[in-house]
Design a protein around this ligand. Structure first.
Ligand code: HEM
Length: 471
């Protein structure tokens, strides 16, 4: 019988498995329907776990911001334990360990971004290589997903490790492919999060073995670079990679006699977390933006005209141009809003019993903040919320609007750690791309559809594009 202290369920759970096998392949329309039926908060039972879905800006803000003490935990995930470093690093850690790892990683990234502008320089360097690779395609219809993945990953690699990889480096391509497996196979492996014994079944129906192999391969690669770097720590003042900066910070704390969770295992896991979280997300947003530009060529021309007018053609756009290019910024925001690439955020967990909307959620409840419900809300964005219309982010004076409901990076204490980096990357990649090239469909009658596949990240179905130099 339903427990009146808990939010209602949209459909009756089955014994043992609960709602696990009632979930649609694409949960977005299903969650929308269930919200209509149950309201902003409802319960699902995944095996023995209670999972509560939160919809709408006000409720998500109340939980993740106003009641952050209770709602900022993370449950245990298979993809985390498969690394052999479960509960370490930033993404899947909890309590004081998470706080220290997050604040140290964030302050290192901030120092690179603000103090020294290492971030913008590294991105600009990589964008230069990416532009050459696009020019080399000579207008032939090509799926540019892999080189875009490698390029965004290179930015993370140069920040973490101080090195980048060539686009045709087959070993690195293989690693990027393995990283793709972690994202794309989440749908299959998610059942194991709730019914761990499924992992022990013969064969690999739930892709647990495939995911474990990919995790270990990535950890091994990162570990070999870490070992190499540790032999030769650069403790001068112009440190420009995360490994050196983290080790210096750890030594400072130890020398000051402070107790710290900073250690090699957490450093390795942070490298894994940033490599994983920072590659697919940014490149998928670029991939979506190009797809929208193929479908809305008039928007692409408007962006190109704005860049021509505000930056010209004698130099490439830099981060200093960001405040001038309002229409491009609006296009990027509209891409993030409509594509909503991390629609269900990352799952949170209640670290204590807490009340929300008159319900009592027990400690250990899994929480899904449905960001999609905010980014596509008609009450906020208007009746055309499901259309691509960058102008919604521009006010009557031509200034950029930033509504508080624009939350593709989530909100609260666990909000995306790489938000500033991702924003810089998106601006620098896309401004440089639209200044130099025109992106065209593979043939005049074949505009690729706005179709997608869902997993942890919503990725457009593979498509080809012709990249034509505007000169
Ligand atoms: C367009 C690109 C990106 C999007 C849309 C995005 C979105 C998100 C979202 C929705 C979350 C979950 C927040 C929550 O649990 O409430 C998240 C977490 C996270 N992201 Fe991103 N992200 C992007 C790029 C990046 C980049 C470039 C990095 C790496 C530098 C990064 C690192 C992280 C980390 C470490 C977390 C976990 C934070 C924590 O648990 O404390 N992300 N991101």
């Amino acid at each position: 019988r339903p427990d009146p202290r808990l939010p209602p369920s949209p459909v009756r759970p089955l014994p043992v498995v609960g709602h696990l096998f009632s979930m649609a392949r694409d949960t977005r329309p299903q969650f929308r329907e269930w919200r209509k039926q149950c309201g902003d908060i409802y319960s699902l039972y995944m095996g023995q776990y209670l999972v509560v879905v939160l919809n709408g800006y006000d409720l998500i803000k109340e939980a993740l911001v106003k009641k952050a003490d209770a709602f900022s935990g993370r449950p245990q995930f298979f993809v985390d334990t498969a690394t052999t470093l479960g509960g370490k690093g930033v993404i899947f850690s909890n309590g004081t360990l998470w706080k220290e790892q997050r604040s140290v990683s964030l302050s290192i990234l901030r120092a690179f971004g603000m103090g020294k502008n290492i971030l913008a320089e590294k991105i600009q360097e990589e964008v230069g290589c990416y532009m050459d690779a696009l020019a080399d395609l000579k207008g032939k219809p090509t799926d540019i997903r892999i080189i875009t993945n490698i390029s965004t990953s290179n930015i993370i690699c140069s920040l973490l490790l101080g090195q980048r990889f060539d686009y045709d480096d087959t070993k690195f391509q293989d690693l990027i492919h393995k990283l793709g497996t972690l994202v794309e196979e989440q749908e299959m492996v998610s059942a194991i999060n709730f019914l761990p014994w499924l992992e022990k079944l013969p064969g690999d129906f739930f892709k647990a073995k495939k995911i474990s192999r990919s995790c270990i391969a990535i950890i091994d690669m990162l570990n070999s670079v870490l070992k190499e770097k540790k032999r030769n720590v650069n403790d001068s003042n112009d440190v420009c990679n995360l490994i050196d900066a983290y080790l210096i910070e750890r030594n400072k704390k130890i020398q000051a006699g402070l107790s710290t969770t900073l250690d090699d295992q957490n450093l390795l896991k942070i490298m894994f977390d940033l490599f994983g979280a920072g590659t697919e997300t940014t490149s998928t947003t670029i991939y979506w933006c190009l797809l929208y530009m193929l479908n809305y060529p008039e928007v692409q021309e408007k962006v190109s005209d704005e860049i021509k007018y505000k930056v010209g053609t004698d130099r490439v756009p830099t981060i200093q141009d960001k405040t001038q290019l309002n229409y491009l910024n609006a296009v990027i925001m509209e891409t993030q809003r409509l594509a909503s690439i991390v629609p269900l955020s990352l799952t949170h967990m209640c670290s204590e019993e807490v009340t929300l909307k008159d319900y009592t959620l027990p400690k250990g409840t899994w929480i899904i903040p449905n960001l999609d419900s905010v980014l596509h809300e008609k009450a906020t964005w208007g009746e055309d919320a499901m259309s691509f219309r960058p102008e919604r982010f521009i006010d009557n004076d031509g200034k950029l609007k930033n509504p508080e409901q624009f939350i593709p990076f989530s909100i609260g204490r666990r909000a995306c750690l790489g938000e500033s980096l991702a924003k810089m990357e998106l601006f620098l990649f896309l401004s440089n791309m639209f200044q130099r090239f025109q992106f065209l469909p593979p043939n005049p009658y074949g505009v690729p559809p706005l179709a997608y596949k869902t997993s942890a990240v919503v990725i457009p179905q593979a498509y080809a594009v012709r990249v034509v130099d505007r000169k």
